[in-house]
Design a binder for this molecule. Sequence first.
Ligand SMILES: O=C(O)c1cc(=O)[nH]c(=O)n1[C@@H]1O[C@H](COP(=O)(O)O)[C@@H](O)[C@H]1O
Length: 234
Amino acid sequence: MARQTGLIAALDTQDPVTAKAWAQAVGPSAGAVKLGLEFAYAAGFQAVADVAGSTPLFLDLKLHDIPNTVGAAVRALSYLRPRMLTLHASGGRAMMEAARQACDEAFPADARPVLLAVTVLTSLDDHALAETGVTDGARAQVLRLGKLALQAGIDGLVCSAHEIAPLRDALGDAPLLVTPGIRPAGSQAGDQKRVMTPGEARQAGADWIVVGRPITQAADPAAAAAAIAAELAG
Ligand SMILES: O=C(O)c1cc(=O)[nH]c(=O)n1[C@@H]1O[C@H](COP(=O)(O)O)[C@@H](O)[C@H]1O
């Protein structure tokens, strides 16, 4: 039986009014809203808290620095009470362990965010990855970084839906798998390379899919989000 797959709506904008309107539009369909680098840098972290309101917040800051700095950053943002928080697995074991330790110390036990390690960005294909020095392909790198992240105490992985099956084979059912690079049939891939439709990602076993522009750039974001939620419900 397929796992239940939820929708996370990526609200990528610089404008708090637009973000708030999108958050309201996707509210009935999405299990969380994702606010990330663009919004936080432009609007500030108080606006992040305001837009999320009572909706679970996926805080996508993709932390990647030395362990001391990442640990301190996690402590500093604990007041935002994110439900999920991202960091780059390529920052290494000690960096991820520092993030986990900071979470354990700075958050109440019942409010610790789910830590998600980004493995290989969905905008990278094997060729682009090879240009960074990783020559055995996205799948192998996702597996390598996924194993490392879990050993370091990370709760889940951000990957493309193409890597779900090999990750489940290698790591079992426990890790949360969160997949961006989702495109409903007929929509533009844009800068995304390793893409799947919502229904395909559900069949593959994603716990969450992350969808931005196919919702936010639709003529009717509420309807676009509802259609994706319906596709996930099968
Ligand atoms: O961490 C992420 O959320 C993320 C990781 C990744 O590998 N690929 C990826 O697209 N994302 C995010 O997922 C969202 C995808 O947006 P759309 O391409 O507009 O659907 C963006 O906010 C990205 O920052």
